[in-house]
Write a new protein. Structure first.
Length: 309
């Protein structure tokens, strides 16, 4: 679906991305003005500020709010736009860029601007955990522990540092027990990861739910069973090549709502950002609740298939 966009607000996180950000903003304004958009730029000053700026843009009738930054900036911007007529745009300048990748938005910010200027809008789903919105993934277990360690590490940006946090956590991690209720089924087990996925990946093309769609009204729940370091490492390889759903240690199902019980409070990750939540969690998918400027969501093609294996 296309819409002629007249007014947009660029919501810029000055702390994420590269030294090219100034050039990106200048180019975005020039190109969007050339597409006859009325453009203004606003800069975030503190955590949560992107949500305030996006909410004001929606209240003021802006056609689009464009997040310029990483997954945290995208999440903050998007949560203010759910169930509104203001579309989300993304110029990816973070480390993971999970939603941008799923929505086929180029990682080159100048090419992403070209996609924006075309103004094609997709009606997309979003999810909530205990009424808190997320757009890619919500997870408990190892992925949440890694996100927690990564966030606490000084100078923690970048894929290499994320891999370092992953390996260090893998040595120490102790799995939890979960009871999962959905689709009139109950699953009780000690799991390595429980991830509820609106989109296919965490970011950096790490595909936790390769068949997930952001437009089908359902989330894909991925449960990685407990195992040893070797089996977990092999699951990680499957995740990177897009075949984790074929791994015998993985259980997946689709649902519009799931309830999860665990033994107590603990870490979770919401679109890659770590936080603490309680023992009772209700996760829901909200169909076509947010509009995203995008050429259309990606379809995961496993690496092995692409090379003929």
């Amino acid at each position: 679906m296309s819409k002629h966009i007249r007014r947009c607000r660029l919501i810029v996180n000055p702390r994420s991305g590269t030294s090219e950000k100034g050039k990106v903003i200048k180019k975005a304004i020039e190109q969007l003005l050339a597409a006859q958009w009325n453009v203004e730029a606003a800069y975030t000053e503190r955590p949560g500020h992107a949500t305030e700026l996006a909410a004001q843009a929606a209240a003021d009738g802006f056609d689009a709010a464009i997040a310029v930054g990483g997954d945290g900036t995208v999440n903050e911007t998007a949560k203010a736009l759910v169930n509104s007529s203001t579309a989300l745009g993304i110029i990816p300048m973070g480390s993971g860029n999970g939603l941008a990748r799923h929505m086929n938005i180029p990682m080159n910010p100048f090419k992403a601007i070209e996609i924006l200027s075309e103004g094609h809008i997709e009606e997309c789903d979003y999810c909530t955990v205990n009424n808190i919105p997320f757009f890619c993934t919500f997870g408990m277990g190892f992925d949440a522990a890694v996100a927690d360690r990564f966030a606490a590490t000084p100078g923690n940006r970048g894929f290499v540092n994320y891999l370092r946090s992953t390996f260090l956590e893998l040595i120490e991690y102790k799995p939890e027990s979960y009871t999962i209720y959905s689709n009139n089924e109950t699953i009780a087990e000690q799991a390595f990861v429980v991830a509820c996925c609106n989109a296919a990946q965490y970011g950096n093309n790490a595909f936790i739910a390769p068949n997930a769609s952001i437009t089908d009204g359902l989330m894909d729940v991925t449960i990685i069973h407990n195992g040893n370091i070797l089996s977990h490492a092999l699951s990680g390889i499957d995740m990177m090549i897009g075949t984790i759903h074929e791994n015998t240690r993985i259980h997946t199902f689709r649902t519009a709502e799931v309830t999860i019980e665990r033994s107590g409070n603990g870490p979770v990750q919401i679109d890659g950002e770590p936080t603490q939540m309680g023992q009772h969690l209700t996760i829901r998918c909200h169909h076509k609740g947010i509009r995203v400027i995008s050429p259309g969501e990606m379809k995961v093609k496993p690496i092995l298939s692409s090379i003929g294996l």
